[in-house]
Design a protein around this ligand. Structure first.
Ligand code: NAG
Ligand code: NAG
Ligand code: NAG
Ligand code: NAG
Ligand code: NAG
Length: 456
């Protein structure tokens, strides 16, 4: 342990701009395994449970299904044994990531704090640590004071302030709200990067883009760039693959709640764990965590004005709608599917990235306590989870050179949702133009889906 810390500190002295996390993943692999029979499923569940493997897809061994590939992280000491077992059971597999640590080291993530003193030099195509993001929020508020205010949402377990940016054109008329939070799961770094990108795009294009101008007359965006701040910081300093918050349990024997299992939506009934060691630990009760409570307090107090609740994650390339905790459909299931399909088509049109659309319980696996489902139960008509790139090649370690294309395509998709909601609520005369574009996108999407299905 001492040696490990010494090594990290030593590296830190030599190259202070390079981040060295204390938890190392040397020789660890991510395997993609394809169970073909129910026997395979049982064997895989046994392996995952006895060796306590970190499942990346799905998150719980009980959600392993025939015909659905799983992604699982295997410690170096078990890689050989795992592969022997899979061969013995004749379960097809391939190596997705052949050395997690090597991938982390090659990514060469740097601190940008010294270059982040002004907005003009802020680089949106790299990952930023929390200190930089706090500073960035202040700079944004200052630079765009006619459109942006920064507000206190609440505080984290470790007592850090959580802020959101309110972006809109001040108006005497009553306005509506679109909510977006990023970074509820610490290791999903592309999510906070996207929130920042979104803010930049909206503000930089405000003057030249009549559509954005119109939207900001009607709607205020409430953007939380990083919700799980404690976890995000921990993923920079200590463990790149940390997912949960940093709350301490059982006298410090285990840490962290999965904040997206902590909301009051059939809390901890399915796809979540009661064990604080688990990656999907649901907390000690619904809304037990201060980060969750902060979201709940604000959203509940303004629920009649919130038109849409968006929460940004990675990975998997999905747009998910309620529900995850039941196969039941939300009130406006068909409309939500239609709107998400248009968004997926717009995403694909940009760089060809294929997104799937549907309810979590149908196209992914069931889970309870998510903010998306809670928002739908609260009565919000539109509530989506975006799972951004990629589909497994890099997993949570999406390379920085994919930040820009990922954000561009997500922006293109998300704008179709925002346009739809704006038109629906404010019936601007641009309606017909937009719906024509939407229909072209739908046709494109259907053609592509058919081509995709036939091909595979
Ligand atoms: C908690 O941990 C501390 C230090 O490890 C120990 O002294 C204390 O007895 C523990 N308390 C309980 C209730 O287990
Ligand atoms: C919780 O999980 C840990 C590790 O996965 C395990 O060692 C422990 O026995 C579990 N505790 C309970 C109460 O099931
Ligand atoms: C949700 O949709 C219904 C039916 O269209 C509408 O009556 C209701 O006002 C909407 N709720 C919100 C919060 O916009
Ligand atoms: C699903 O719908 C049925 C019929 O409306 C209802 O009785 C049941 O409580 C719903 N289940 C959940 C989990 O909401
Ligand atoms: C991810 O998608 C690409 C293209 O859409 C495909 O070639 C690749 O095999 C997929 N990878 C996984 C792990 O599904």
């Amino acid at each position: 342990m001492m040696l490990l810390l010494w090594k990290v500190c030593f590296l830190g002295i030599l190259a202070p701009e390079i981040f060295c996390q204390k938890v190392k993943y040397d020789g660890e692999q991510v395997l993609q395994v394809s169970p073909q029979t129910s026997e395979h499923v049982f064997q895989l569940q046994q392996l995952c449970d006895t060796w306590l493997l970190d499942l990346w897809k799905p998150h719980l061994s009980e959600d392993i299904r025939v015909g659905a590939d799983i992604h699982v992280r295997v410690p170096a000491s078990l890689v050989q044994k795992m592969k022997e077992k899979l061969l013995q059971y004749s379960i097809p597999f391939q190596v997705l990531i052949k050395d997690i640590q090597e991938l982390m080291d090659n990514q060469n993530i740097k601190s940008h704090s010294r270059h982040g003193r002004s907005l003009a030099t802020y680089n949106y195509a790299v990952y930023h640590q929390m200190g930089e993001i706090y500073k960035w929020m202040t700079l944004i508020e200052k630079e765009y004071s006619h459109l942006v205010t920064q507000h206190y949402l609440g505080e984290t377990y470790e007592l850090r302030p959580i802020f959101y940016l309110k972006i809109g054109q001040p108006s005497d008329r009553p306005k509506k709200i679109i909510w977006m939070d990023c970074g509820i799961h610490a290791r999903e770094w592309i999510a906070p990067a996207y929130c920042q990108w979104f803010v930049k795009e909206i503000l930089q294009n405000y003057n030249s883009d009549q559509n954005i101008k119109k939207i900001l007359q009607n709607i205020d965006f409430y953007i939380v760039p990083v919700l799980n701040i404690d976890g995000y910081i921990y993923s920079w300093t200590t463990d790149r693959l940390w997912r949960k918050s940093r709350a301490s349990y059982n006298n410090g024997t285990c840490y962290g709640t999965d904040l997206n299992r902590n909301f009051n939506a059939m809390w901890c009934s399915i796809g979540a764990s009661n064990n604080c060691s688990s990656l999907t630990f649901c907390g000690t009760g619904p809304e037990s965590e201060p980060e969750t409570k902060a979201v709940v307090n604000l959203v509940e107090s303004q629920k009649s004005d919130i038109l849409c609740f968006l929460t940004i994650h990675s990975y998997g390339q999905l747009i998910l709608q309620p529900y995850g905790y039941t196969k039941n459909q939300s009130r406006n299931h068909e409309e939500m599917i239609k709107v998400a399909e248009i968004a997926a088509a717009a995403i694909q049109k940009k760089y060809g990235t294929v997104y799937r659309v549907g309810s979590a319980s149908h196209i992914l696996y069931s889970n309870s306590g998510s903010s998306r489902d809670w928002a739908a139960d609260l009565g919000l008509n539109f509530s989506y989870t975006f799972e951004l790139r990629d589909n497994g090649t890099y997993g949570f370690q999406l390379p920085e050179d994919q930040i820009q294309p990922t954000c561009e395509e997500t922006m293109a998709g998300m704008m179709t949702i925002i346009d739809y909601i704006n038109e629906k609520n404010f019936k601007n005369n641009a309606m017909t133009i937009i719906s024509a574009t939407l229909w072209i996108n739908i046709l494109f999407s259907i053609t592509c889906s058919i081509a995709y299905t036939l091909w595979y």
